[in-house]
Each structure stands twice: as structure tokens, then as C-alpha cells.
Design a protein around this ligand. Structure first.
Ligand code: GAR
Length: 209
């Protein structure tokens, strides 16, 4: 089984979806650690309650981004992960960090990339008059939210939606998509090659969300 470390900044519901999926017999990956940049991230307690090693590296405890990431590297060297999963990790990683794990690091983003990279995705999708949005699991490359997609799932935008109601609808689908995408990646069915995702992806169009 591939060793996976998950990066979070908040509630960690996607991280917990990965933890739950990894309990299924035959799942090709196990979650061996959870790293947060917030000491009070709700996901840390949930992961610890599952017996998973947890770490908080708070940026202001370090003099520089390099020092912060060096501390994270040390923890990672001990955990020796095969795969890093970003799951609501709200801090940009340096080019050095990304190069070190390129092809081994994936992220979930709450929009149908390349639409709406960055923050406030749901409000921006509503403001743009979109009728469909969704989420994307993609390989992490140096351009923020620009790496090739492993999987996407679509979600309708309903009249009367607010950023919050839409975020909640997308989040339930994120919890389905991320484990499916991790499974494919951990099984070696999809990989990054020449800046493209090669192999099998996930195209999910749930009909009742
Ligand atoms: C998720 O919606 C995730 O897609 C998003 O943050 C939320 C984290 O929720 N990620 C980003 O916006 C990345 N820029 P969670 O902590 O409950 O998984």
C-alpha cells in the first residue's frame, strides 16, 4: 500500500473521506500522517482519534518560508510518504517543495479547473452566472491550481444558491471524488508525464445532488 500524508488547514472533511476510504479492504493507499499549518485545525483531532500521526507547523513559529518548509521536510522524511494529498491546505508551497514532490503530490480544488483557480470559487461561479460547477483533483505543479486533472465531478448551481449552500453541495461530491482519484493514482493507473495526466481519470456527473 502506498504511504500517504495529507495536508490540511481546517476541518479536514476531505482528509477524513480519504481515511474512511483507505479502511476498505483492497484500497491501495494508507494515510500515515496529517500535517497542518494551523495548530487548531479541526482535522488534527479527528486524525489523531483515528490513530494517525499529526503535526502542526505554524508559519509564524518560523523566521522564513524556507525554515517553515524545512521543518515540514523533516517530518516528511520520517513519514517517508509515496504520495502527498493537499486537502484544504491554504498555503502556497515553494517551487523547491513542489519540485521535490512533483508527480507525487495531488490537490483537490472546489471548481472545475481551469475555471476559478484561487479563492472564493463558489461566489465567483455564482457571479459568473454558471449553471454547473464542481471540483477537480489534479497534480500539483508550480502554477497555482494549474496542474493536470486526474478527475472532475460536476454539481448543479441552483437558483437561490449562496456561496455557502453551493460549497456544501460541492463538498459532498469532493468526498466522493478525492478517494476515487487517489485510488487511481495509487494503483498507478494515472500519472503525470510531460505536464499531462496520462491514463485513466474520473469524470463524475452525479445526478442527484
Ligand atoms: C474544500 O472545499 C477544498 O476543496 C478547499 O477547501 C475545502 C477544505 O475543506 N480547498 C481549497 O480551496 C484549496 N485552495 P475540508 O478541510 O473540510 O476538506
Amino acid at each position: 500500500r502506498k504511504r500517504v500524508v495529507v495536508f490540511i488547514s481546517g476541518g479536514g472533511s476531505n482528509m477524513m473521506a480519504l481515511v474512511a476510504a483507505a479502511k476498505a479492504p483492497g484500497f491501495p493507499a494508507e494515510i500515515v500522517g496529517v500535517i497542518s499549518d494551523k495548530a487548531d485545525a479541526g482535522g488534527l483531532e479527528k486524525a489523531a482519534a483515528e490513530g494517525i500521526s499529526t503535526f502542526a507547523f505554524v508559519r509564524k513559529d518560523y523566521t522564513s518560508k524556507e525554515a517553515h518548509e524545512a521543518a515540514i521536510f523533516e517530518a516528511l522524511d520520517r513519514l517517508s510518504p509515496d504520495i502527498l494529498c493537499l486537502a484544504g491546505y491554504m498555503r502556497l508551497l515553494s517551487a523547491t517543495f513542489i519540485q521535490r514532490y512533483e508527480g507525487r503530490m495531488i490537490n483537490i480544488h472546489p471548481s472545475l479547473l481551469p475555471l476559478f483557480p484561487g479563492l472564493h470559487t463558489h461566489q465567483r461561479a455564482i457571479d459568473a452566472g454558471m449553471r454547473i460547477t464542481g471540483c477537480t483533483v489534479h497534480f500539483v505543479t508550480e502554477g497555482m491550481d494549474e496542474g493536470p486533472a486526474i478527475g472532475q465531478a460536476a454539481v448543479p448551481i441552483l437558483s437561490g444558491d449562496t456561496a455557502d449552500t453551493l460549497a456544501a453541495r460541492v463538498l459532498t461530491v469532493e468526498h466522493q471524488l478525492y478517494p476515487q482519484a487517489l485510488r487511481l493514482f495509487a494503483e498507478g493507473k494515472v500519472r503525470m508525464e510531460g505536464g499531462k495526466a496520462v491514463g485513466t481519470g474520473v469524470s463524475a456527473q452525479p445526478n442527484s445532488n
